[in-house]
Ligand binder design. Structure first.
Ligand SMILES: Nc1ncnc2c1ncn2[C@@H]1O[C@H](COP(=O)(O)OP(=O)(O)OP(=O)(O)O)[C@@H](O)[C@H]1O
Ligand SMILES: [Mg+2]
Length: 343
């Protein structure tokens, strides 16, 4: 049995123009310790899906089973204590502006009836954990976006949850701050053995911290799997678009760079090597140089690491005699590297 299981879950809302199938026949397994990414464009049903995971929404059909418990069967008090063990953070932090950092973090502890001294001690621990030492008495308005999200994370962890749900938690942050918050989430995942389900529309976020990913479109999960597999072999159109978002941004400037390079180096053959089988770390280039009388110049490239694999492309200039070059190309192909000539 998985830690979180969804069996044919549907969520219907009644709208003016009829029923809206926000979540349509979703089945999903999340294992303990996963950092599970859910990506999709606006309106795909991502937020509805995570609200089903903490019992804020009840499924119209199907079952949501968390730690072996069917959430639909939980009564008021059970549901409240269940929710305490599921933390959540949001894009806009949802902090109380009239309360200090420390008071914000203590809020869920107050609601859970924790004694004052214990609350204070726990809040101090959490302030330390999220790297906000010395800022406990500040008000949210005095903090940067990244610091506000750290408060959000500390508050979400107050009652020692074992699941953390993140709904676009880094979407309001700049890239540098996004990475800092992702590093913190990664640390929490490792140190506290927390299972994280994370919604995002940024593949960068998925690549950086998720081990698994599901792609949603029109309420359905259209593709899911290990992040490295999905990045290497995206099947659906929508997935391909998301993956390209991560690999393509520099293509135009690459193209120009390569053109300039070709003009300056009319000799030799320019090829793009595509590493798909987690072999981007292997020294295939230096092996080729050693085995064949050729030179290899890297012209442009994009190698990306997921949590457990490397993949991407390198465009290189091969110089030497024609036979040596074609032998080197055969060698690359033998190493499972795809080779295409640059037009
Ligand atoms: N409470 C509600 N009542 C009616 N319709 C709803 C409700 N909540 C969500 N919906 C509809 O369900 C669909 C999915 O919404 P949801 O918020 O889950 O999408 P999302 O993938 O999170 O989008 P975004 O990226 O914009 O946050 C949308 O068509 C939305 O309008
Ligand atoms: Mg949403």
């Amino acid at each position: 049995m998985s830690f979180i299981e969804l069996h044919h879950v549907e969520k219907e809302f009644s709208g003016k123009a009829g029923a809206i199938h926000a979540v349509a026949d979703v089945s999903l397994d999340v294992e303990q310790g996963d950092v599970y990414g859910i990506v999709g464009y606006s309106g795909a049903g991502k937020s509805t899906l995570v609200r089903l995971l903490n019992g804020l929404e009840k499924p119209s059909k199907g079952e949501v089973i968390v730690r072996g418990q069917n959430i639909a069967n939980l009564k008021n008090k059970e549901l409240r204590s269940f929710r305490q063990k599921v933390g959540m953070i949001f894009q806009h932090f949802n902090l109380l502006w009239s309360r200090t950092v420390k008071e914000n973090i203590e809020l869920p502890l107050e609601l859970a009836g924790v004694a004052k001294n214990d609350r204070s001690q726990r809040a101090n621990e959490l302030i330390q954990l999220v790297g906000l030492e010395g800022r406990g008495d500040a008000y949210p308005a005095q903090l940067s976006g990244g610091q506000k999200q750290r408060v959000g994370i500390a508050r979400a962890l107050a009652n020692n949850p074992d699941i953390l749900l993140c709904d676009e938690a880094t979407s309001a942050l700049d890239p540098q701050t996004t990475d800092e918050v992702l590093n913190l989430l990664e640390k929490i995942n490792h140190e506290l053995k927390l299972t994280i389900v994370l919604i995002t529309h940024e593949m960068h976020v998925v690549r950086k911290i998720c081990n698994k990913v599901a792609v949603m479109e029109l309420g359905k999960i259209v593709e899911d799997g290990q992040v490295s597999a999905v990045f290497r072999h995206p099947q659906q159109e929508v997935t391909k678009r998301f993956v390209q978002q991560e690999l393509q941004p520099e293509t135009n400037s690459d193209e120009q760079l390569i053109q300039e390079f070709v003009a300056a180096n009319p000799e030799g053959r320019i090829v793009t090597l595509e590493f798909k089988e987690n072999n981007a770390n292997e020294p295939v280039i230096s092996q080729a140089i050693r085995q064949f009388p050729i030179d290899i110049n890297v012209v442009a490239g994009r190698i990306r690491r997921t949590e457990d694999a490397s993949f991407g492309t390198l465009t290189v200039l091969l110089t030497g005699d024609d036979q040596a070059i074609s032998q080197a190309i055969d060698f690359f192909k033998l190493q499972d590297v795809e080779v295409t000539d640059f037009e």
